[in-house]
Write a protein that binds this ligand. Structure first.
Ligand SMILES: Cc1cc2nc3c(=O)[nH]c(=O)nc-3n(C[C@H](O)[C@H](O)[C@H](O)COP(=O)(O)OP(=O)(O)OC[C@H]3O[C@@H](n4cnc5c(N)ncnc54)[C@H](O)[C@@H]3O)c2cc1C
Length: 448
């Protein structure tokens, strides 16, 4: 695309009433906003969509990744609060369950709404952060766009929870994108929901998953009738009576920062969901014969895009050696869940791979620490990042990207932001780390 200069200058309103601005209202953004507000900051949470929860609600991701290391709960504090409240709405789920608990997206939206409201957070929906104006090593103010036009906001501390490190990129910071050498990112998935499923037959059919080579997903992926279902990736959970959420199918090479690319992927995703559903009806008529495709997600399922370059980058070696850090703000035990590339897909379909090579996981009770420094972008004083774009190697992002971890990094960023509001220069590096850890522990965090 060529570039041009246009005379685009006019007076815009400037709002400077907030201490902390959180960009993005997914799990990390909600965790950050709630934590900062509970510690006494005035907080504005800016969200591009019309609901909080990010991928867990607008993305229709149908299940929580495990909350436990199979011996204890690892993701606590606000993460556990959100999880327990959302689970309480799921009457068919055993309340003691901790791992792969299904998500009712409407219930989860209400949980986030209630928690941010009770914490005193101001929420601004349908608003996109579109620019950051920096002064030296600080963000001076940000510009946002919505139905009211363009508005500037000025705060002491900004927290980038956009998932795509939008605010970091808009501030001119360098970032990593995908795999370190070829910049390949994980494939996307457009999640969907099928209703009027036969509950009895669903519960009694063979495991409908890529790990079960005999399951119908392989038939669908190999069938020429459903050409857009090109691989057997299929996670599914009962999210309500007769209603099953699907995280199934893949689209490769989607650049989250390219709106044309995402728009094309959304349309392709809807076609994949339709073909997937047709295939399920054909191969599992007793389960899906009378069902209908109730919804596709309003948001594209982006697993990976930009990652900040932080004061510390969590490495594969850190993960493999289960390292702890003096400044750790939480722990993580989820496996290295990097979805297969388009090349590996062929092997998978031929039955020569299970699609999970390199998926290193931990033994019971093991975890690694997440250092506070991985939330601090280099070269900026008054911004923190939480969620799936914190500073880590591509392969580690496959683990830290999931929702329980994002809630934990969000809570830490929000708490640290509140502390940074009291430092002379609003510098996120200047906070007392032991105080941060003390507050996090007091508020339920699991820290070694
Ligand atoms: C297909 C798929 C399946 C997954 N399955 C699971 C699973 O089973 N279990 C699990 O726990 N995790 C799963 N994950 C991972 C997890 O859902 C996400 O990685 C996690 O939600 C990331 O949290 P986040 O807060 O960083 O970002 P997001 O959840 O992506 O939230 C970011 C929010 O910021 C908003 N936003 C973005 N840019 C802007 C902007 N410029 N201005 C204003 N707002 C903005 C977005 O609208 C969004 O609401 C899955 C992810 C995908 C894509």
């Amino acid at each position: 695309m060529s570039k041009m200069n246009i005379p685009f200058s006019r007076e815009i309103p400037l709002n400077d009433q907030y201490d902390v601005i959180v960009a993005g209202g997914g799990p990390s953004g909600c965790g950050a906003a709630i934590a900062a507000a509970r510690e006494g900051a005035s907080v504005l949470l800016i969200e591009a969509a019309g609901a909080l929860g990010g991928m867990g609600t607008n993305g229709l991701v149908p299940a929580w990744c495990p909350f436990s290391d199979r011996t204890k709960i690892v993701y606590r504090g606000i993460a556990l609060e959100v999880f327990e409240k959302a689970k309480a709405e799921m009457k068919h789920v055993k309340q003691e369950d901790l791992d792969w608990v299904p998500i009712d997206p409407e219930a989860l939206k209400r949980v986030y709404d209630e928690l941010v409201t009770n914490a005193g957070v101001t929420v601004l929906f349908y608003t996109q952060v579109l620019a950051a104006i920096c002064e030296g090593q600080k963000i001076d103010y940000i510009a946002t766009a919505n139905k009211a036009g363009i508005t500037a906001y000025k705060a002491k501390i900004y927290i980038d929870c956009t998932g795509d490190a939008d605010l970091a990129a808009l501030s001119g910071l360098e970032f990593e994108y995908g795999e370190e050498e070829n910049h390949e990112v994980q494939p996307t998935t457009h999640c969907f929901m099928i209703a009027n499923v036969d509950d009895y037959h669903y519960r009694n059919m063979p495991f409908l998953h890529m790990n079960n080579k005999d399951s119908a997903v392989y038939d669908i992926a190999r069938s020429e009738k459903y050409p857009l279902v090109t691989d057997p990736h299929c996670c599914n959970s009962v999210i309500g009576p007769g209603t099953v959420g699907f995280n199934a199918g893949h689209i490769w090479d989607v650049d989250a920062a390219d709106p044309f690319c995402v728009s094309k992927a959304m349309m392709e995703g809807r076609k994949i969901a339709y073909q997937y559903h047709q295939g399920l009806k054909e191969y599992l008529p007793e389960v899906f014969g009378g069902s209908f495709l109730a919804a596709t997600a309003p948001a594209m399922g982006i697993r990976e895009s930009r990652r900040i370059i932080g004061e510390y980058t969590i490495t594969l070696a850190d993960y493999m050696e289960r390292r702890s850090f003096p400044d750790e703000i939480g722990r993580n035990c989820y496996f290295l869940d990097v979805h297969h590339s388009i090349r590996e897909r062929e092997k998978l379909l031929r039955g020569e791979s299970n699609g999970q090579e390199g998926h290193q996981g931990y033994l019971d009770g093991e975890s690694h620490g997440i250092p506070y420094r991985s939330l601090i972008p280099k070269n900026l004083k008054n911004m923190l990042v939480a969620g799936r774009s914190i500073s880590c190697e591509h392969i580690v992002q496959g683990s830290i990207r999931v929702m329980p971890v994002c809630l934990v990094t969000g809570q830490a960023a929000g708490t640290a932001a509140r502390l940074a509001c009291d430092t002379p220069d609003n510098e996120v590096r200047a906070i007392d780390i032991s105080k941060l850890r003390e507050i996090l522990k007091r508020n339920g965090a699991f820290l070694e």
